[in-house]
Design a protein around this ligand. Structure first.
Ligand code: 5AD
Ligand code: SF4
Length: 469
């Protein structure tokens, strides 16, 4: 609640304005799918009568949408919950009840253990059952401490309310749409198959309907999301399975949609028609996030990745043949059990061979219940630290080189928001670079040709050269 909405009651004690109604604050950690899920939980809360709180202190409902991918991400939740318990108590003393919800992948992985570690939590709900949030809230109001980590048979998506049009507008002109969820690959280091469950694809019509609604409310760019998005195989109206390339094509034909992206892909599912889509579909942005994790075949084998470094380089060559200017991105893990200096050097060599526009490197973090956590030859913290620094240094060099190479070029920019300084607008190039230029706010949602003048550390500076493209 902001200062201005506090009313003095007859006894001079500050209390919330009665006509204000309850408010919800939803905080997301982790991947883009969690961002999407948090938005959908926001839609559910809105339907249940909650308006959005801009500050956690004002919220009657607080949801932490958590990530379990690395230990640090998980542990952060408990320190956050400690602070929220205090807030909940303070609000309680002021006569205001706060419902505290832990959602997402930590909720799925730890379930009732969360209630044991932090009894102030009212609800623990996993990523496959958050559509039940309204019922769980009713239940927890009577009996706090509800846990729902089922993988229900019913389709979560069909039970979610459509996002209101004004909410979509507020969220911006680039939106996420989950099209596939879960993972059947079981990489030895990864919790996703356990937290998100088996691979499942949404039907084509449901995805296209959601995209059309987004476009109708001003969205110009959609990113199709899946933990294994290129394993998408949703059914069309005739009961035929359609792959990701077909879905991208259909999405690109949606009126109002100018750009389509997809993430995250697995090298084993990089089919020929998806590669060809990069040649044939102009709206498909020339950007590919394709995690490899390591450049060493021995490590890849131990990771149960089902591909070798050479297979990855072959895919990269074929994607580049289809779309020469494509920006490539990847994920790497350093210090995986058994990784030697020679293995790590192979990762550096692979990065040099690929030439990444951006990439993410992580220190291996043992996750309970995954095979790699119990493997012998765990790598010590110092070695992980040193390898991470070296790999991140190389990635940063490549990122800057990629950005510098766009100086002097004209790129099509989708403007998304006002810039830091008055009179500026910021958007993204087709290669996902942040680009800012002088221009009015009315350009938000517009695509413009922008001449790139300079590469700054985290963005490109440009000059708008075309009225419209
Ligand atoms: N330790 C470190 N990084 C991990 N990732 C997944 N699991 C782990 C782990 N146990 C990384 C992978 C993945 C990205 C989302 O997170 O690189 O692609
Ligand atoms: Fe984190 Fe993976 Fe869950 Fe996303 S799916 S929130 S990255 S554990």
């Amino acid at each position: 609640m902001s200062e201005s909405t506090v009313l003095e009651n007859a006894h001079g004690i500050a209390s919330p304005a009665r006509d204000e109604g309850p408010r919800a604050f939803i905080k997301s950690f982790g991947c883009q799918m969690n961002v999407y899920d948090a938005e959908r939980m926001g839609d559910l809360a809105a339907e249940a009568g909650y308006r959005e709180a801009s500050r956690v202190e004002d919220a009657d409902l607080i949801v932490l949408n958590t990530c379990h991918i690395r230990e640090r991400a998980s542990e952060k939740i408990y320190s956050e919950l400690g602070k929220l318990r205090q807030l909940k108590e303070e609000r309680g003393r002021a006569g205001r009840r706060t419902m505290l919800v832990v959602a997402g992948c930590v909720a799925q992985a730890e379930g009732a253990e969360i209630l044991r570690r932090q009894p102030a939590v009212d609800i623990v709900v996993g990523p496959q059952s958050y559509h039940r949030l309204p019922e769980l809230l009713s239940e927890a109001r009577i009996r706090p401490g509800v846990v729902d980590t089922e993988f229900p048979a019913e389709d979560k998506f069909s039970r979610l309310p459509a996002s209101p049009l004004d909410t979509i507008r507020r969220r911006g002109v680039a939106a996420f749409v989950t099209v596939q969820e879960g993972c059947d690959k079981f990489c030895s280091f990864c919790v996703v198959p356990y937290t998100r469950g088996a691979e499942a694809s949404r039907p084509v019509a449901a995805v296209l309907e959601e995209i059309a609604r987004l476009a109708g409310a001003g969205v110009r760019e959609v990113t199709l999301l899946g933990q294994n998005v290129n394993a998408y195989h949703g059914l069309d109206g005739d009961g035929q399975a359609i792959g990701l390339a077909g879905l991208i094509h259909a999405a690109s034909l949606t009126r109002g949609i100018s750009r389509v992206r997809y993430t995250t892909s697995h090298p084993s599912d990089m089919s020929d028609d998806l590669i060809e889509a990069h040649r044939g579909i102009p709206a498909l942005a020339p950007y590919l996030h394709l995690p490899i994790q390591s450049g060493s075949d021995a490590v890849l084998k131990s990771m149960n990745r089902r591909h070798r470094a050479a297979d990855y380089l072959d895919i990269v060559a074929r994607v580049r043949a289809a779309r020469p200017d494509i920006a490539l991105s990847s994920d790497f893990i350093v210090g995986y059990p058994g990784e030697t200096d020679a293995d790590f050097d192979r990762t550096l060599a692979l990065v040099r061979a690929v030439g990444c526009a951006s990439a993410y490197a992580f220190k291996y973090s043992p996750r309970p219940g995954t095979p790699a956590a119990d493997m012998a030859r765990q790598v010590d913290a110092g070695t992980k630290e040193r390898r991470l620094a070296e790999l991140q240094g190389l990635i940063e060099e490549q990122r800057q080189a990629f950005n510098r190479a766009t100086v002097g070029r004209r790129l099509e920019v989708l403007f998304e928001k006002p810039g830091k300084r008055e009179g500026q607008v910021v958007g993204r190039s087709p290669y996902m670079q942040a680009v800012f230029a002088d221009g009015p706010k009315s350009l938000i949602g517009a695509l413009r040709q922008v001449e790139i003048l300079a590469a700054e550390p985290h963005s490109l500076r440009g000059r708008i050269v075309s009225p419209a493209s």
